[in-house]
Design a protein around this ligand. Structure first.
Ligand SMILES: C[S@@+](CC[C@H](N)C(=O)[O-])C[C@H]1O[C@@H](n2cnc3c(N)ncnc32)[C@H](O)[C@@H]1O
Length: 260
C-alpha cells in the first residue's frame, strides 16, 4: 500500500513506513497516527531508517506510534512467522512469490524427495512447502540453511508454531560451507542481492536432474549471464520471470533450471 511520498509495509501488527528524504518530522508523526487509526489490526507504527544493508540484509527502525515493540507474528499463506523486524530479513512483499514457488515445488516433489532451502531467514519457504506437502500427503525432507543466528532462533520457533518439525532439518551457517553428504532433488536459492551467486555451492549439493530455483537482481541479461558463467555447462534450459522490483527500474528475477 502506498501513500503520497512514502510507502507502507505491514509485518504482523507492525506498520513500517519508508519516508522519502526531507519528510517533515511532524508530518511523519501525524501520518503514523493516521496509519494506526486507519488500520485496526495495527498496534505499532515505525519508521524505516536507512536501507536494508549488510550480509544479513537487516534495517533499523524508529518508533512513531502505538506499542513500543519490534516483535510480531506475521500470517501468510496459512503459516505463522514470529520475528523481530530489526533482527532478521523478512519482506511481506514476497508473499505471493513464496506461494508461487511453494506450488512449483509441490508439483516436483515426491515421497522421500530431498529439498534444500538456502538463505531461509525465519523459514517462510521451508514452512510453506512443508505445509503444502503434508496437505498433499507427500513426505519429503526439507533442509533449511541460514547464516543469521537470530533468524535461526525464530525459524526454530516458527517450525514448532506451524507443527512441521517432522519435515524440516536445520543445517545452519554460511551457505558456502554447508556440510552434508546429501545430494538434493530441489534447491531453492532466494539469495541476497550480493556479488556471490552461490551457484558453486548449489552445484556441489546437486545431482543430474536437480531443479534449482534462483533469485538474481538487475537486468534479465545480467542474471542469465551470471548463471551461465558460474554454472558453466551444468545447466539446461533456463526459464526466467520477473519476481518484483527492488528499486525504481531494478528488478528481482526468478530463474528455474535443471542440472545436466
Ligand atoms: C533475501 S533474504 C531471504 C530470506 C527468506 N528466504 C525470506 O523469504 O524471507 C536472504 C537471506 O540470506 C541470508 N544470508 C546472507 N548471506 C548468507 C550466507 N552466506 N549463508 C547463508 N545465509 C545467508 C540473510 O541473512 C537473509 O536472511
Amino acid at each position: 500500500m502506498f501513500f503520497m511520498q512514502s510507502g507502507l509495509d505491514i509485518i504482523g501488527d507492525i506498520g513500517i513506513i519508508n519516508f522519502h528524504k526531507y519528510y517533515n518530522p511532524i508530518r511523519k508523526w501525524l501520518l503514523a497516527k493516521k496509519t494506526l487509526k486507519g488500520n485496526r489490526h495495527l498496534k505499532t507504527v515505525v519508521e524505516k531508517k536507512g536501507q536494508i544493508s549488510g550480509e544479513l540484509r537487516t534495517f533499523k527502525t524508529k518508533h512513531l506510534a502505538g506499542e513500543r515493540r519490534k516483535t510480531t507474528t506475521h500470517k501468510e499463506n496459512n503459516c505463522l512467522f514470529y520475528m523481530d523486524i530489526e533482527k532478521t530479513y523478512f519482506s511481506p512483499r514476497l508473499s505471493n512469490e513464496r506461494k508461487i514457488i511453494s506450488e512449483e515445488v509441490l508439483k516436483l516433489a515426491k515421497n522421500n524427495s530431498k529439498i534444500l532451502v538456502m538463505f531461509a531467514g525465519v523459514a517462510p519457504y521451508p514452512i510453506a512447502i512443508a505445509k503444502l506437502l503434508r496437505k498433499n500427503k507427500i513426505k519429503a525432507k526439507i533442509y533449511s540453511n541460514e547464516l543469521n543466528e537470530k533468524a535461526n532462533k525464530f525459524a526454530e520457533k516458527n517450525v514448532r508454531l506451524n507443527k512441521v518439525k517432522d519435515y524440516i532439518t536445520f543445517i545452519n551457517g554460511n551457505a558456502k560451507n554447508i556440510k552434508t553428504k546429501e545430494k538434493f532433488d530441489i534447491i531453492l536459492m532466494q539469495r541476497p542481492n550480493a556479488e556471490d551467486t552461490f551457484l558453486k555451492t548449489a552445484l556441489r549439493l546437486s545431482k543430474k536432474g536437480t531443479t534449482i530455483f534462483y533469485h538474481g537482481f538487475g537486468t534479465k541479461e545480467k542474471v542469465l549471464s551470471e548463471i551461465k558463467k558460474d554454472a558453466k555447462n551444468k545447466v539446461g534450459k533456463i526459464s526466467i520471470r520477473k519476481a518484483g522490483d527492488i528499486a525504481p527500474f531494478k528488478f528481482r528475477w526468478q530463474a528455474r533450471f535443471r542440472v545436466k
